[in-house]
Design a protein around this ligand. Sequence first.
Ligand code: ING
Length: 311
Amino acid sequence: MSRILTVGAAQLGPIACADARPRVVTRLLELMRQAHAMGCGLVVFPELALTTFFPRWYMESEAEIDAFCEKEMPSAETRPLFDEAARLSVGFYLGYAELSLEGGRKRRFNTSILVDGAGRVVGKYRKIHLPGHAEHEPSRRFQHLEKRYFEIGDLGFGVWRAFGGIIGMCICNDRRWPETYRVMGLQGVEMVLLGYNTPVHNPPAQEHDHLGDFHNRLSMQAGAYQNGTWVVGVAKTGNEEGVPMLAQSQIIAPSGETVAMTATEADELIVARCDLDLCNSYKRTMFNFAAHRVPEAYRLICERRGAIPPD
Ligand code: ING
């Protein structure tokens, strides 16, 4: 049996601060049309795919920060994406900064949505692992203020029946944490979609910089193999406002093998015919969770936040 889902990973080159949303949406539409022309039923865009990666700057003005956020989704500016998805029957994952008024207060999240081939939002995720720092660190060449501008996601790691399988979502730094994939794996996920905006340089750990590609690949390949799921990781890359960003968007099989990878640091579509039934042999044998996991031995994972070494 083969349940084939043809997926496009739509990598984006830099988005300049001055690039207005309609100009960016035009780029997304071009990639969606290329995906359709190559038989895709689903196309995956990066994290924060409508704007530049604004957490690289320290801002105090609420209005300035809010200008990078979407007050509604779809909005007039993003509606063309949804209309084209319905016209072409191509669903999509889109990362964006969400501004919502909940419980009488303004809340911002680093969000992604899953939209089906009829242009309907079938799933939403809010980023849980927020990297970087919350206070201005002027000594840095660039900031990474996700902890300042976003709240920790409050929707958990969900999965949705869509595109003939069980689809999950996460965002960027989430992909480095095994718990992300395992929570979705425990819900039977068969394909995890994720976008990322990853600076090549990480100021607090420059000695890691030369391993950026390796750590990117390692994290997603491990997540795929250890949970018997496909993983589609899609970059916003290139030199964005003076900050080099990692590329290496890729589509990874449940075996952990990368089956497609981008070759540029620009807008680039890669496509793979993903047989969702390739998950089965891993879920039924090596990673048959019901047969092999021992949750009572894993309590520390939930009970303890930071490491506590023995006396
Ligand atoms: N980006 C990074 C990531 O985990 C990071 C965090 C920042 C990594 C700087 C390396 C250097 O890929 C996001 N947006 O989570």
